[in-house]
Each structure stands twice: as C-alpha cells, then as structure tokens.
Ligand binder design. Sequence first.
Ligand code: ADP
Ligand code: ZN
Ligand code: ZN
Length: 869
Amino acid sequence: MSGISDPPPVTFLTVNTQQKWLMSVLTCDQPRLMVTESGASYHQDHSDNSGLRSERFVEVLVDIPYGFNTEEKEDQKLLTYRISPDLMVKPGDIVSVPFGTQQLGGIAIQLQKKIPPDLPENRVKAVEDIICNGFFPSTYWQLLQQVSNYYQTPLILVIRTALPPGLLGRSQRRIRLTSEPIPKDAQLFLNPAATALLNLLRASATKDFTWKYLKQNVINAQRGLKDLLQRKWVESYLEPPSPPRPKLKQAVTLVDDIIPLDLTPRQQEVLTLVIKVLKQQGGELWFNDLIKICSTSSSLLKNLAEKGCIIITEREILRQNQGVFQTPDQPKILNQYQTQALQTINDLSGYAQVLLHGVTGSGKTEVYLQAIAPILTQGKSVLVLVPEIGLTPQLTDRFRARFGEQVFVYHSALSDGERYDTWRNMTLGLPQIIIGTRSAIFAPLPKLGLIILDEEHDSSFKQDQPSPCYHARKVAQWRAELENCPLILGSATPSLESWLEIKQKNQQNRFYLSLPERIQARPLPPIKIVDMRQELRQGNRSIFSYDLQTALNQLKETRQQGILFIHRRGHSTFVSCRSCGYVVECPHCDVSLAYHHEHPDAAQLLRCHYCNYSQLYPQHCPDCDSPYFKHFGSGTQRVIEELNRLFPELKSIRFDSDTTSRKNAHRTLLTQFANGEADLLVGTQMLTKGLDLASVSLVGIVSADGLLHLSDYRASERAFQTLVQVAGRAGRGNDPGRVILQTYTPEHPVIQAVQRHDYESFVATELQQRQELNYPPYGRLILLRLSSFNQQDVEETAKKLAELLLENNPDSDFELLGPAPAPILRVANRYRWQILIKTSQGSSIILPKLSEFNSGSVYVSIDIDPLHL
Ligand code: ADP
Ligand code: ZN
Ligand code: ZN
C-alpha cells in the first residue's frame, strides 16, 4: 500500500436547539392522532448557541432499556444532568449518563442554566462522557421528530432505528444462578414459573440469561423470579453496555533523516532502510506494512521509536464494506426517453418528486447513474434505497463500476463494526453514494443532493415491526423536503400511492417521467397463460404444464437459461379447488379466507383476518364437489425435486431465503448462474427484484394463484407487481424472451392485465375499487396490534380497546374492523389480536392512551398506514 493520507478534518455540525417543537411533543401524552403532513407545524428556533459556557446543565433523552422498571412501557423522559467544566456538551451529542446503578446512553437535547425548581440540586448527577460529538445535520432532528409524530412512536425508538446498533450503549439486566445449593425436589414446592426459570438456567452452559430472554420464554416470569430471588438461588445483575469501538491501526511517521550514533549496527541498518522507504511513501506507512517491506521485527521498530527516530501512533481506520472491485465503465449513450428523463432531472433545483416509470429493462439505472454524477461534482451526497439485500450485489457493482470508491453500502446485514464505521464516515461530509435498505433513509449525510428509491412499489420499504412502523418512501419525501433536494421514485409498476399522487395533484414540483420501451427497442416478452385446470383434465398431475415441460426440454438444446418462480408459501394460505378454481371468500369482507390449523388435534378452519368470520375447512369443493380442494403452496424444495425427477439433465440453483442467508450467498449464487454453471434459477420473491441477466430467455411462473388470493386488500396490486417484475427478467439480452404463467384462474383480471403488460388499465380498475371501499390510497388505515401470552387477556383487552375507540369518537367518520385474531394467531407463544381503523384522509381520531393498555400481560402497538394486515 502507499502512504497514509491524512483523514479529513472532522467538522462537527452544531444543532440548533429546536426547543419549542421538541418540548411540545415530549410533554404531550399523544392521545390524539394528528397526522401532520410533511413540513407542517415545525417552528425552527434559530437562537444561537453563543452562551454555551454559562450553561451548566443539560437535559438528556435517556435510552431507558425497554421493559426495565416499568413493564414494557416506553417512557420518554428528559432527565437533567450536570455538565462538569471539562466537558463541552452540545445539543445533539450522544452522551453516557448514570441512571440508577447503570450507565446509559442518551442524547443531549438542550442546555439549561438552572435545574428545574422541584429538583434538589444534590440529586443531580453529572454527565459521564461524550460518546459521540453532535454530528446531526440541522434538519436531522426535525426528520426524526416528524417520524415520531406521524407514526405515533416515542422519539427514543425512532432514534434507535436511525442510529447504528449499540451506539446508545444499553445495559442489560441478566439473571444467573448463585452458588447456593438447591434441593433436588425443589419443583415440589416452587411455583411453576420459578421451576421453569430454574430449568432454563440450569440447562444453560453459563447458568446465565438476559432477563428479556427469560421473560419471553416463561409465563409469569416476574412471579417466578421473585420467589427465586428471595431464596437467594439466583441473582440479578447489570451487564454494562459495550458500544462499538473505532478500530485502530498503528502507523509509523518519519521524524527526520539523521541516524543517531548510539544505535547498534543492526538498528542503523534497518533505520537507513526505514528512512528510505518512508521517504518514498510520503513520510508515513502502516506499521505492519513497514515491517514486511523492511524485513524487520516489531520490537526493533519499537526500539527505534523509543530512541526518537520514528513515531508510532494509532490511527482510526474505518471498516467499510465497499464490495468487490469493478472494472470502470463509461456513461452509456442514452436513448430518447432516457435523455428526456435525465434532462428534466438535471433541471431540477430544490425539492421535487419525480416518478420514473420505466418498463422492465428500459434503463432506469442508467438514468440514476447519470443523474448522480453532477450531484457528486457539486460536492453533495446521494442516497439510493433498494428493497432487499438480494438486489444489491448487481446494483452496487454497477454503481461501483461508475463511481468507484465513492460508493458504500449500508444495511442490517453488515457487522455492527462495519455499520458503525460506514455511518461515521458519512458524518464527515465527503461526497458519496450510500446504497442501502429502508433504514438507510436515516443515513446522516450532511450535504444530501438527491434521494432515489429504486423499485419504489416494494413493500419491504415498510417496517412492520418493531415501532416505528415507518415507510421509507414517506420518510424520504419528508427528508427531501427538509433538505430541499429532489426525490426520484423509480419502478416498472409504481405503487398506487405514487401513481395517484402524480396523476391527481397537478403540483409544481411533481414530475412524471416515462420510459415506455426496453433498451434497443427490445420487445417485452410474450406471456403464455396456461390453465392448470385444463392440464388436470388432460391427466397432467405434474406441477409443470405440458407447455412448460416442452420449454424446459428446449433449454439445453438452445443453450439458454431459465428462471422458475414460486410464490413463497406463508404460514397460512388460501384454499382453492384444483378442478374449478373456486376460492372461498369471506361473506363480509371481500377477501379470501385463510387456512388455519394451529396444531394436529385442532379443527381445520377457514378464517377471515379482517372480521374474524370463520367456517370449517370443507373436504370437497362447495362449488363443484371435487375432492381436489386443497390449500395451496409448493415450495422451492418440492419444485427442485420434481425437476430432478423429470429433467435430470438440467442443473438448477435454488435461490430463496434458505439458500441465501449466509453473507455474500446472493452474490455467489448469482455469479455461478451468470457463469453458466446451471440452467435454471429456482426461487421465490427475491428473483423478481432487479436481476439483469442477459442469457435468461425463459421465465416459468409455477403458480400465480398463491399471489392472487392473499387475504389482503392489496393482494391484486402486489400480485400484478410481482408477476410483471418476474416476467421482466426474460429477454433482456439479444435473444427474445418468453414467459409461461401457470394458473387455476386464467380469467382473473390481474392475470389478464399482466398478459397484456397493461399497467394503466390495471391501475384504473384497481383504483376505482379502492375508492369504492375507501381503502388506501383514498382512505387511511391504522392498525392496532395486541399481543399477550394469555389468550383471554389479549382478547378482552382488544374488545375493551375497541369499545373505548367507539366511545371516544362518537362523531368521527371511521370504520372499525375487528377486533379479530391476527392472521397468524400465535407467534413465539404470544397470542395476537388486531383492530383495524379505516378513516378518510385528513380526518382525526382520538386514540385511547395506549400505554395504559400496555400494563399487565398485554402489549399494544400501533401501525400507521399498515401494508400487511
Ligand atoms: P431497468 O432498471 O429499467 O430494468 P436497467 O437499467 O437494468 O433497466 O437496464 C437494462 C440493461 O440495459 C442493462 O444491462 C443496462 O446496462 C443496459 N442499458 C441501459 N441504458 C442503456 C443505453 N442507453 N444503451 C445501451 N445499454 C443500456
Ligand atoms: Zn371478513
Ligand atoms: Zn370446484
């Protein structure tokens, strides 16, 4: 390696204390749901911070561990701490403070000259240390606040989502066995919870668990613990936080080139060489590299340092994941549509929202790349959000080929250290591109010039849990507005939300850009629909239709590759008739009923997730009496087995969550496939996203039905998007592609629209239906999720909560759906119920104070604009 270039000077951004808005939110109880639109109700207080030194106290938002003290209750409190004269605490700093017997992380919110009148001065403790200086861009706090308000989530939870894990060091409460002897027959007199705790602890190698884990696994853990603590058989202790540490590496710096006389001959010899090498390298080199180049030892170099000939220092190095080196590429010559789109984007100044609607293979990514170049030249950074990590290897490679070392990835699959370092590097303010998944929308880039959401329709941009249940698209809109920069939403199948926004409101800073053709005017692949009922009648019991079998047979001859798509099988699925295609629907809700089978002895049921209507699972089709009335789903595993049986000469690669869970597995499998090591890529949803493989000519959709009949009002939209995207993987190279789509309901409007590649008419029909039923994007939904170990408690609480909602809002215009058991009633031993509220845009609803319902065994959370019901 060459010499060390100095790390750029760290410029810390001071945050204006936005006292008014922050306080107004922190002190209110948040019972009223007010959905503020972006930009509304924030009054930035631009008071300067010149009087800093006279302020000796600071209010800190403390990261009180979840479930500590107040059972499962989220407190958001500002606590006052003293600032010792040697610490320069500023608002926005992450600090470490004493809290009870623990050290906790917190964020300095505002400085104070005095302490609150009701607080005795001798009780005020001092801030221990500054963990991280205030790095937040000035609009950053406003963004987090906006997320907290809109999604009805305590600010501290939003902050936890935004910061890399472990930054706010949190102590953990742990329980361990003491050395006290425990009688053999203890379970005879202990309560069941105490016995369960004891068994867990005894079975563990370290005799030690976090309290959180024990609570999750033992019913009435609190009661059991009390008993065991009294008997002194266990003890409770706090494990101190361990924030990610910067990684340090030793560097050697040249002092001067005089060789002192008191050195041994060997030392003189080495020093002569060291001086020569260091001079060549600009005066500095990593310690380990110098040892190698000069063939010497670390002890000898340390001797030289003691004699003052060289200086050895520790330098912080950043662990960043930049991916594999790519051969540089050049901007492509754009076609007419791309040129038009780029022109519009380049002409934007300040906030604007662009919908880039381009069919699959129309060259959206090339437009992004060319739109980014001038932003970097202006010294600004760019944020690119992508749905899932499976997508990123190919995409990041393309970005790396164009922009080299200015590209960084940021997502939860990175190690904590990598995440911390990438994140810290952002705060330095150098122009860069961050490619990440939804939480990267909180990347603290100080000079943001552009935000891009690729595949903006994808539902993985929405967080279902834990709180805040934010949608990265919504947050991106706020952020672009606050940073005054453009936002590009790209998709072949835009979400109805984005479509309606662009088409409905004819606002100044909204733009619709279309790429209606594939690159080089390649045709979209023709889609052949195969009626699987017909196949059954013709005696074909295989999961592959005759058409698909023929196509698979041809793959080897034509030396082309194929993709087989299987819809991921959920925990509960719809039920349909294989003879006539009949699907059982809820008589009240217009959604298909889901198959429920809790355990082997339970009755098999069909149930509506919206209203809780249920009926027994019929053994024969209610419509045609056929016995082929089955709940659906065929996993990748089964398809591969069938392939091996029928087409032993075809090699396939399985590409689903089971085979891609290891780090870099996506890249490895895709590289193998791209190198022609297999004929087929067989997988789930992951295949739909952004794969650009020129040699794929065949796409087989093994069954579209699992997608069509999900018990969700968004089922059609999602099915259409997924099918169009999968189909879009075919024929992206010189060979024309084709798609074979197998279904039991060929007449379904979604299937028909997919076959015609007809986005607009599909959307028109779908929007009309949404409007009639007041579903989003017209109406709004709020989902309250309740869970408990105790089935009865959760059901009762849900009913009580629903009653209160009705009582509190006698005049509001809203519909209450439920309470009903969640689609998957029991997860990790917790029973789950839900209440769905449907209102019009802009109307407000008074919610009961959720934290009151959180006491006891039931936990309530709120999901604003839920995508999965
Ligand atoms: P999309 O994201 O719209 O599906 P891509 O950006 O992946 O499309 O483009 C499809 C393929 O076409 C890619 O291999 C890309 O390199 C290539 N491509 C894009 N724009 C051009 C262009 N103007 N000239 C030649 N090839 C292009
Ligand atoms: Zn129903
Ligand atoms: Zn039937």
